[in-house]
Design a protein around this ligand. Structure first.
Ligand SMILES: *[C@@H]1O[C@H](CO)[C@@H](O)[C@H](O)[C@H]1NC(C)=O
Ligand SMILES: *[C@@H]1O[C@H](CO)[C@@H](O)[C@H](O)[C@H]1NC(C)=O
Ligand SMILES: *[C@@H]1O[C@H](CO)[C@@H](O)[C@H](O)[C@H]1NC(C)=O
Ligand SMILES: *[C@@H]1O[C@H](CO)[C@@H](O)[C@H](O)[C@H]1NC(C)=O
Length: 273
């Protein structure tokens, strides 16, 4: 019994030393820059940066003067990195502004982030809480459907006709938000799902939906950021109101309204960068 405890102590000490060393190194790394992204720094690093800079798993590429982020099986163009709220906004490289026929190369939805069997899913979250994809981050799904018949009666179904056609026979639609069972029309196939984080978008024309897709979507590294603070039995999340990491005792938290009550929530001071 004491043997395990001793080993644990040794490991903890080692871990602390590694972390301390890492903090020292961070100060030796000036921000890197590629194209319009000029603030690449810890936890990120740019390909070719000195080895001690940033985390290897948060390495960005630089292709044709564009910063590139590798996410799951795909790569995305980096639009902005926000160190204050631990988010990075990315966009699928196939999406072109003002070309409503351009579509994302890859399907991506909240569920891609909750596959616990893939190590890489731990790098980014589709939410602002460390261990669940809690919906405080604006991460809205756009679902592309191809239907055998025309769907006129459901206003959520926006025709993408002129812009996107899946085959000559079907009727092509895009729906924003999650498809509830009652919204699902018989004879419709899901062709593609892609996220957007553009707020207060008017989703009743396909041009507007496409604008949302081309704006891109935010993902967060709150899971990593949360390793810097200790919430003990509380769970850690980014509190948009105070713009700080915070601890909450309500592990099963699912909706924003739960947050309004105090619910054991306690604020942690500004985390130094
Ligand atoms: C790379 O992008 C930056 C910022 O958009 C621009 O100022 C610069 O001229 C570009 N360089 C090349 C070689 O295209
Ligand atoms: C997300 O999951 C879907 C379904 O498993 C898969 O087809 C898609 O390629 C995944 N997206 C990325 C970017 O890996
Ligand atoms: C618009 O996007 C479509 C689909 O990717 C592509 O085939 C077409 O060439 C693009 N049009 C222009 C003007 O770039
Ligand atoms: C994070 O900060 C950026 C820049 O201020 C802002 O555009 C974005 O909406 C913020 N995201 C969240 C989830 O607070």
């Amino acid at each position: 019994m004491w043997r395990e405890a001793a080993w644990l102590m040794v490991l903890l000490l080692l871990f602390h030393q590694i972390c301390a060393a890492k903090d020292d190194e961070e100060h030796l790394c000036p921000p890197s820059s590629c194209g319009k992204i000029t603030n690449i720094k810890e936890p990120f690093r740019l390909q070719g940066d000195p080895e001690n800079c940033g985390h290897k798993s948060y390495e960005l590429g630089c292709e044709n003067n564009v910063s590139v982020l590798y996410l799951l099986s795909a790569k995305y163009q980096v639009e902005a990195i926000n160190y204050k709220n631990y988010t990075v906004r990315v966009v699928d490289p196939a999406l072109q502004h003002h070309n409503c026929s351009s579509l994302p190369l890859h399907s991506l939805s909240r569920s891609n982030f909750s596959d616990t069997y893939s190590y890489h899913n731990n790098l980014y979250q589709a939410g602002l809480s460390a261990y669940d994809n809690w919906e405080s981050l604006n991460f809205e799904h756009i679902v592309f459907l191809n239907c055998k018949h025309s769907v006129k009666e459901n206003r959520k179904y926006v025709e993408s006709g002129e812009c996107v056609k899946w085959d000559s026979e079907g009727y092509a639609y895009a729906v924003s938000g999650d498809l509830k069972a009652e919204d699902f029309e018989v004879g419709c196939d899901v062709k593609l799902v892609a996220p957007t984080s553009l707020r207060s978008l008017n989703y009743d024309s396909y041009t507007a939906i496409h604008r949302g897709l081309a704006y891109g979507f935010e993902i967060s590294w709150v899971n990593l950021a949360c390793q810097k603070i200790s919430c003990s039995m509380f769970s850690c999340y980014f509190d948009s109101k105070s713009q700080n990491l915070a601890c909450s005792s309500d592990g099963g938290r699912r909706t924003g309204s739960d947050l309004e009550g105090e619910g054991g929530k306690k604020e942690i001071g500004e985390i130094e960068e």
